[in-house]
Design a binder for this molecule. Structure first.
Ligand code: SF4
Length: 473
């Protein structure tokens, strides 16, 4: 029993390099409203920064590859001293810490080059004569990708910048293949992950570790992390939640999963987490948990007997980003396209305008899922309060609203509130293309600081639209 369980939240490798994934920040912001002691970490950026450092590359190049090297890997290996001597500057440049190195990097005589540079696009056309910063970011990104290719070819085939061992995560519903991999010797990435976890466990000394798993590319690392934590201290309880559990683990029945985790929660994490904390503090019996899988008498049981409702959106507090290593994220330019660049370049505070999706009618979408079906928008005033609080905490005025489809009426109200309060921010979001986006609304959004929108087209043919019984917009 714990009087007040201490919580440590983390996102396992890998999601994004340029900005934190928001799930732990949302949970920490919520736990702050309850005065519950809690720390958070993004192990993805920590592992990447450990590999892509002078000491990390020295270690990498000293490893026996175990496979025959390709010409590309031989080239990179033979240039290892150039990589080791330049990596810290390249990373600091991508962290925005030494912008004047753009001239040297863009001049293409500073960083070593391998196969990623073979088909480099027309840089003069893309960046002109003044776009040194972006050009240098693009070149430094290719340089990192060359090193990533070396890791994949020689050391660890599962490696990727935004995912790790994704294929194993994609077949996790059967668990056999993943389980087998977890009983193999730890990989190169695993060992680096363990070092980072040990550092946090030593300083945080948590009673409960919550691992947020958004995508299949985080699943293997989540299990490896849980396995390590159980060996480190078997009294630490471990919970898993997030997008992957919400979509792929709804029919979980394999008891082996509970060799790694004590709790697996579905859908919004706040209420299930409070229920788990009350259970660990012996203030709630196990059969009154909320949307949580547990193992009882060696049987997987889904417990959802609590009558307490979920928290309303305006009871969740404001996502808390300030204790994440905000000045250490890496801005990469992977594609020469101004819109796509936003996904990997720059640090964005992530927020949502609403719970759920107002659109709710894409044919390919499982709209029965709670995080889509239960539409609950915030008010413009509440959103602006959150924006002001996050600016005060992070000193960062860039926002990405990560709604699946931001509601146009709320975007309009939000823009008007920003203008009324004279809040200067840059923001962008994801939308569905629909009639509500009039020319006037677009001008208003732009005036409020909206720099871009991204949107998916479900279908671009009138014939198919009528077949799925939807009018064209
Ligand atoms: S916009 Fe996204 S969440 Fe909404 S219905 Fe379409 S696919 Fe589903």
């Amino acid at each position: 029993m714990f009087l007040i369980p201490k919580v440590f939240l983390f996102t396992p490798p890998f999601t994004q390099l340029n900005t934190p994934y928001p799930a732990t920040a949302y949970l920490k912001g919520f736990l702050n409203t309850k005065n519950i002691d809690c720390a958070q970490a993004d192990l993805g950026i920590e592992v990447i920064l450990s590999i892509f450092s002078k000491s990390g590359l020295k270690h990498l190049f000293s490893l026996e590859s175990g496979v025959e090297k390709t010409d590309n890997s031989l080239r990179i290996h033979s240039l290892q001293e150039e990589y080791i001597q330049t990596i810290d500057i390249a990373i600091e440049f991508l962290q925005g810490k030494c912008p004047n190195f753009a001239y040297q990097i863009a001049g293409r005589r500073f960083l070593p080059e391998a196969s990623r540079f073979k088909h480099v696009e027309d840089l003069q056309w893309a960046f002109g004569t003044l776009g040194h910063q972006d050009k240098a970011k693009y070149i430094a990104t290719l340089y990192l990708e060359d090193i990533a290719d070396y890791i994949k070819e020689c050391i660890d085939e599962h490696f990727g910048f935004s995912r790790y061992a994704e294929r194993l995560g994609r077949c996790a519903h059967s668990f056999d293949e993943l389980c087998e991999a977890l009983h193999q010797k730890p990989t190169y990435i695993d060992e680096i992950l363990f070092e980072q976890i040990a550092r946090h466990l030593n300083t945080q000394k948590p009673d409960l570790v919550c691992i947020s798993v958004p995508f299949p590319g985080n699943v293997y690392s989540a299990f490896r992390a849980a396995q390590y934590i159980k060996q480190y201290d078997s009294s630490i309880r471990i919970a898993m939640g997030g997008g992957f559990a919400n979509t792929e683990l709804r029919s979980l029945s394999d008891a082996r999963v509970f060799e790694f985790f004590d709790f697996i929660t579905l859908d919004d994490g706040e209420a299930p987490l409070i229920h788990i904390l009350e259970y660990l503090a012996a203030k709630r019996p196990i059969d009154l948990l909320k949307r949580t899988f547990v193992l009882i008498n060696n049987e997987v049981q889904y417990i959802n007997n609590s009558l307490e409702p979920d928290y309303k959106q305006n009871q969740l507090g404001t996502p808390f980003y300030a204790d994440l290593p905000l000045n250490r994220y890496i801005s990469a330019v992977e594609i020469i396209n101004p819109m796509h660049k936003l996904w990997s370049d720059g640090r964005w505070n992530k927020l949502t305008m609403a719970h759920g999706c107002y659109w709710g009618k894409c044919t390919f979408c499982d709209i029965s899922l709670d995080y889509i079906q239960r539409y609950e928008p915030l008010t413009a005033a509440y959103l602006c309060d959150q924006v002001e609080q996050i600016i005060a905490e992070t000193n960062e005025r860039s926002f990405h609203f990560v709604d699946e489809a931001a509601p146009p009426s709320l975007m309009k109200a939000f823009a008007l509130e920003l203008i009324k309060r004279r809040i200067n921010i840059s923001w962008w979001t994801n939308i569905r293309f629909e009639k509500s986006f009039t020319e006037d609304l677009c001008y208003l959004l732009k005036y409020s600081g909206c720099i871009a929108v991204s949107g998916g087209l479900e279908v671009a043919s009138d014939r198919l639209l009528s077949l799925i019984e939807k009018e064209s917009v």
